[in-house]
Write a protein that binds this ligand. Structure first.
Ligand code: GDP
Ligand code: IMO
Ligand code: MG
Length: 436
């Protein structure tokens, strides 16, 4: 069973891009499964920093095929910009493939995203305004335009002339916004379609063939499980499936082919946009985490909200997705800390619970119950093997593994591709924190 899923275990930005790039070194294909240009995946190599939004993070590995899967929604303009940027940095796009079945983010989707957000007033989600929500809504409502339509001018004109009048009525009558001209829209999209055509393929049989030939496949998810449309903190979520099950669906890989589900977690919590974050720190500690972790959005530049590691949410995610192992990234951010806290339960209206309430308003009322662990107060940035990691840092990782119920297999100690430590040993003897 040659497929590995790399998925976010928290609220996104856990370091999935870096982990995908690392594991892609021994893979044949990396498939992006979900999301769109709302994602921002960073890979840092000796050629500098790469911020990928739509293109799989395997693209920097020359032997790896990079597939944009059917579950992704593609803004063709942003896709072409990203391709151009990579080409100017001498990254080959020869091994890039785009699924014909993927949906297109049309120019009116970001407009609608902005109008819908404005309409939500104080209930706004804080979306990335990339048009993802409206594009996925259109897909589910069967009003979408797919990549296969985009590259065929006849099909494109047919689909647009069918769908645009309704959106124009909504733009004019509901939002008092300007309608969109069909001819101008068609010309713009048709030109994108022509440029993208060489990269578009019937990728699903290609993936099935690769699986039959025991090729190693990585499925790269976007966002994180706590932003999942079904299992996240609804309605403060994204519009796609960010789970392991969703990864199979979006990538076109049968669940029976998956042998590893790697959950990526930061050593602490972050969230960008609105919605509950039970361990949020609105104080100097939160600021210190933000500054040390450079916690500003890869896509929007917004400061990320920060907090302690939430083991209740992590355990929920681990069980829901059948995580086989976890990566803990940004451990180095805690290097100077004297003590660390991990949330091991919630106090919800006086009741101690260890599960994540389904309703966001209840989760927002949950007060974290912490255990305190001592810090290591030395640098981990040059650690490359388990023995280089200080004992108290091992204890912190073991504590997390115990709480989450899944072994830690990889640890990030810096943004660079090289700054990663494999852990082969299972968590050490029981580590206890101090309940505070
Ligand atoms: P993704 O969306 O999950 O791919 O994550 P992002 O790229 O949006 O955000 C993760 C940020 O942390 C990026 O700036 C990475 O370069 C950086 N990063 C990843 N792993 C580590 C790590 O172990 N230590 C440090 N200091 N930075 C890291
Ligand atoms: P990666 O893949 C962090 C958040 C937005 C907002 C909510 C809905 O880099 O981890 P959307 O534009 O999807 O409708 O916004 O989801 N969000 C992310 N947060 N990382 C991401 O992607 C995100 N993609 C969406 O901030 O709260
Ligand atoms: Mg990101």
């Amino acid at each position: 069973m040659p497929a590995t899923i790399i998925m976010g275990g928290q609220w996104g930005d856990e370091g999935k891009g870096k982990l995908t790039d690392t594991l892609a070194a021994s893979a044949d294909i990396v498939i992006r499964a979900n999301g769109g240009a709302n994602a921002g995946h960073t890979v840092q190599t000796d050629q500098g920093v790469f911020k990928l939004h739509l293109i799989p993070s395997g693209i920097l590995n020359p032997r790896c095929l990079s597939v944009v899967g059917a579950g992704v929604v593609i803004d063709p303009k942003l896709m072409l910009e990203e391709m151009d940027q990579l080409a100017t940095r001498e990254v080959s796009l020869e091994r890039l493939r785009i699924s014909e079945r993927a949906h297109v983010v049309l120019p009116y989707h970001p407009i609608l995203d902005g109008l819908e957000e404005a309409e939500r007033l104080e209930g706004s989600i804080g979306t990335t305004l990339r048009g993802n929500g409206p594009a996925y809504s259109d897909k589910v409502s069967r009003r979408g335009v797919r990549v296969g339509d985009l590259i065929d001018s006849g099909a494109l004109r047919h689909r647009l002339s069918h769908e645009l009048p309704r959106w124009n009525r909504i733009l004019s009558n509901v939002y008092a916004a300007d309608p969109i001209d069909l001819d101008i829209l068609f010309e713009e999209l048709n030109s994108y379609g022509e440029r993208l055509r060489p990269f578009v393929a019937d990728t699903e049989p290609l993936i099935a063939d690769a699986l039959e030939n025991e090729k190693q496949i990585i499925i790269e998810c976007a966002q994180g499980a706590m932003l999942d449309i079904d299992y996240g903190t609804y309605p403060f979520v994204t519009s796609s499936s960010t789970t392991a099950a969703g990864a199979c669906q979006g990538a076109g890989v049968p669940p029976t082919q998956v042998e590893r589900v790697l959950g990526v977690f930061k050593a602490y919590s972050t969230r960008v946009g609105a919605g509950p974050l039970p361990t949020e720190l609105v104080d100097m500690t939160g600021d210190l985490i933000r500054e040390r972790g450079r916690e500003y959005g890869t896509t929007t530049g917004r400061p990320r909200r920060t907090g302690w590691f939430d083991a209740v949410a992590a355990r929920y995610v681990a069980r829901l997705n059948g995580l086989t192992d976890i990566a803990i990234t940004l451990l180095d951010v805690f290097d100077p800390f004297e003590t660390l806290r991990v949330c091991v339960a919630y106090d919800l209206d006086g009741e101690i619970i260890t599960t994540v309430p389904a309703r966001a308003d209840r989760l927002a009322r949950a007060r974290p119950v912490y255990e305190e662990i001592r810090g290591w107060q030395e640098s981990t940035v040059s650690a490359r093997q388990a023995a280089d990691i200080p004992r108290p840092a091992h204890d912190y990782l073991s504590f997390i593994a115990q709480q989450v119920g899944v072994q830690v297999s990889l640890v990030g100690v810096g943004p660079d591709r090289e700054q990663i430590v494999p852990l082969s040993a299972p968590p050490r003897a029981l580590v206890t924190g101090v309940r505070i």
